[in-house]
Design a protein around this ligand. Structure first.
Ligand code: GTP
Ligand code: MG
Length: 336
């Protein structure tokens, strides 16, 4: 399973659709003027139908291509909620599907009126009235159209994560080496730079073997600060990860140059322990430039907290990475 929003086509905004209809209307008029075979009545009918078809097709595209909230996996539903608001999304689609029925009703009435009319002056009046009513349905739904058009732009960018595929989530404070590790153990290509908050989006890679395919997620800015410093939107984004089946690797930076103290890093680890019901593997990164006092102190604290197996690694130099990767694979195989 991939993101239900991945293949969504862009949706025109209200203004763009109105513009498109105006242009088509002018083109149609030019064509109708030169047409000798069509009667005045069928020409008016063609005008009404053009507007009806365009608005209706647009509305139907919304209703048929945007995934229904009842069919969205909880993981993606949470992300939808964080990014655009699940209730507004649902309501907008419901309103648009209601608007389709109103369009159909107006169109039917218009056809009946046109059928009964007998004078060209009446035809034109009916056409004006009908097109006006059809466009006013569109205008009354402008809010929903624009909302969904903007929503699609955001939703299309959600990375494809399969919540059912066993996944290793790499967590840790800024600059501890999350992206470097993800890059060495998986196919992902995250951005790596020596300043904090380098990675802005969720980045997904795969760990592929002969009989398995797992996901590795780099979690920038999501799992790197205490919960108390979070706004509600960030909290929800974190919660979305709860729906992903898998384990967490928590990275400590134990280098002499580390940005954060051990206490700060331990606090974030505690938060993650509380938040997730997932196995946590702890790894001490940057041992190539380790502060040995830090390492000793940290090992003591972690052992007293029940962490039996600690991985000492250098994601950059590749030290200990194979052992960590093997452990990740063996844990993920357990939940396959
Ligand atoms: N010496 C040393 N440097 C490392 C190691 N791992 C990562 N680094 C360096 O630490 C810096 C941050 O690494 P990233 O992998 O971008 O860290 P991050 O946790 O993804 O950072 P953000 O995305 O900003 O949260 C980079 O300059 C890396 O080269 C390591 O094992 N040893
Ligand atoms: Mg990063």
């Amino acid at each position: 399973m991939s993101s239900p929003f991945e293949k969504l086509e862009k949706l025109m905004t209200y203004e763009e659709l109105r513009e498109k209809i105006s242009v088509k209307y002018m083109k149609l008029n030019r064509k109708l003027k030169t047409s000798k075979e069509m009667t005045v009545k069928t020409k008016e009918l063609a005008r009404i139908n053009m507007v009806y078809d365009n608005v209706k097709n647009y509305f139907e595209k919304i209703v048929h291509t945007l995934p229904h909230t009842s069919k969205i996996h909880p993981f993606y539903l949470d992300l939808l909620d964080v990014l655009v608001g699940a209730n507004d999304y649902k309501k907008s689609i419901v309103r648009i599907s209601r608007a389709i029925r109103i369009l159909d009703k107006i169109h039917k009435e218009c056809l009946a009126m046109l059928r009964l009319a007998s004078k060209p002056s009446e035809y034109a009046e009916i056409r004006r009235n009908c097109i006006g009513r059809l466009l006013s349905v569109l205008k009354r739904n402008r809010k929903y159209v624009d909302f969904l058009s903007h929503a699609v732009l955001k939703l299309r960018n959600i990375p494809s994560i399969d919540p059912e595929t066993p996944t290793v989530i790499i967590a840790g404070m800024p600059q501890v080496g999350k992206s470097t590790l993800v890059k060495t153990i998986s196919t992902a290509k995250p951005k790596i730079a020596p300043y904090p908050f380098t990675t802005k989006n969720l980045i997904v890679g795969h760990i592929i073997g002969r009989n398995y395919k797992f996901q590795a997620i780099d979690t920038p800015g999501l799992l790197d600060r205490p919960l108390s410093e979070r706004n509600p939107i960030e909290l929800q984004a974190i919660l979305a990860l709860k729906h992903v089946k898998g384990i967490i690797v928590y990275l400590f930076d134990v280098s002499i140059t580390g940005y954060y103290t051990l206490d700060q890093q331990l606090r974030v680890l505690s938060d993650i322990e509380k938040m997730f019901d997932k196995k946590i593997i702890v790894a001490l990164n940057k041992v190539d430039i380790a502060d040995y006092l830090k390492v000793k102190e940290l090992v003591n604290v972690l052992e007293s907290r029940g962490y039996r197996r600690l991985f000492k690694i250098s994601a950059l130099k590749g030290i200990g990475v194979k052992e960590l990767r093997d452990e990740i694979i063996s844990e993920l195989k357990n939940i396959m």
